[in-house]
Ligand binder design. Structure first.
Ligand SMILES: *[C@@H]1O[C@H](CO)[C@@H](O)[C@H](O)[C@H]1NC(C)=O
Length: 204
C-alpha cells in the first residue's frame, strides 16, 4: 500500500508528457538547424568544380589551385566540364584570347612610350615574344584532336614568351610600376600554359 502511494507520487511529480514532447521537438529542431550548413555545402558542391577540374587544378605545378580555378571560371562552361578534350579546348581558347588581349595591350603601351627608348625597345621585344606565345597556344588548340602530344608540348613552350619578356624587363632594370601591368600579364600566360599543359597531359 505504502509502496503504491510512493509510486503514485513519483508519477504525479514527473514532467507531463507534453513538456517531454516539446523538449524532444526543440532538440530535433536544433539538430536540423545544426545540420543545415552541412546540407547547404552538399547542395552547393553540385555547382562547384567538376572532379576533372579539381584534379587538373590540383596537378598544376606553377599556379595555385585557386588561381587555376579562377582562370578557368572565366568561361562559364569550364568548371562543370567532365570531358577532358572539351576542358582542354576551353582552356586553350581562354589562353589564346587572354594572351592576344595582352599582346594588344603591350603593343599599345609600346606605341605610347615616348620618353624612354629603352623601355620602348624592351616592350617591342615583349611583343615579339607574345606573338610566339599566342601562336603556340593556337598550335596547341589545332593539334588537340590529331596530336595531343604535340598539343601538350605547344601548351608548355607557350610560356617561354612570357618568361623571356619578364627576363628582358628585369635585365633592363624595369621593375617599377611602369611594367607592373606587363608582369601581371606574363603571369597570366604562365597560368594558362600550366593549365593547358596539365589538361593535355591527361589526353596522351
Ligand atoms: C586574363 O587571365 C587572367 C587570369 O585568369 C585574368 O585575371 C584576366 O582578367 C584575364 N584578362 C582578360 C582580358 O581576359
Amino acid at each position: 500500500m505504502y509502496a503504491h502511494k510512493t509510486s503514485m507520487a513519483f508519477h504525479h511529480n514527473s514532467p507531463p508528457l507534453m513538456i517531454i514532447t516539446q523538449v524532444f521537438s526543440i532538440s530535433f529542431l536544433l539538430l536540423i538547424h545544426s545540420l543545415l550548413p552541412a546540407l547547404a555545402l552538399v547542395a552547393s558542391s553540385n555547382n562547384g568544380p567538376s572532379s576533372l577540374v579539381r584534379s587538373v587544378c590540383e596537378e598544376t605545378s606553377q599556379c595555385s589551385y585557386k588561381d587555376c580555378v579562377a582562370a578557368l571560371a572565366l568561361d562559364p562552361k569550364a568548371l562543370s566540364t567532365t570531358n577532358v578534350r572539351l576542358l582542354a579546348k576551353i582552356a586553350l581558347n581562354l589562353a589564346i584570347s587572354n594572351s592576344t588581349n595582352s599582346l594588344k595591350y603591350i603593343d599599345a603601351m609600346a606605341k605610347k612610350e615616348k620618353s624612354s627608348p629603352r623601355l620602348k625597345s624592351a616592350l617591342e621585344f615583349c611583343i615579339s615574344q607574345y606573338q610566339y606565345t599566342v601562336n603556340s597556344f593556337k598550335s596547341a588548340l589545332s593539334d588537340l584532336d590529331v596530336d595531343p602530344m604535340t598539343a601538350n608540348y605547344d601548351a608548355k613552350v607557350a610560356s617561354d614568351g612570357a618568361y623571356y619578356c619578364a627576363d628582358k624587363l628585369k635585365s633592363e632594370g624595369f621593375q617599377s610600376k611602369d611594367v607592373d601591368s606587363v608582369r601581371a600579364r606574363n603571369n597570366h600566360v604562365l597560368i594558362y600554359s600550366d593549365i593547358g599543359y596539365t589538361v593535355t597531359n591527361k589526353m596522351r
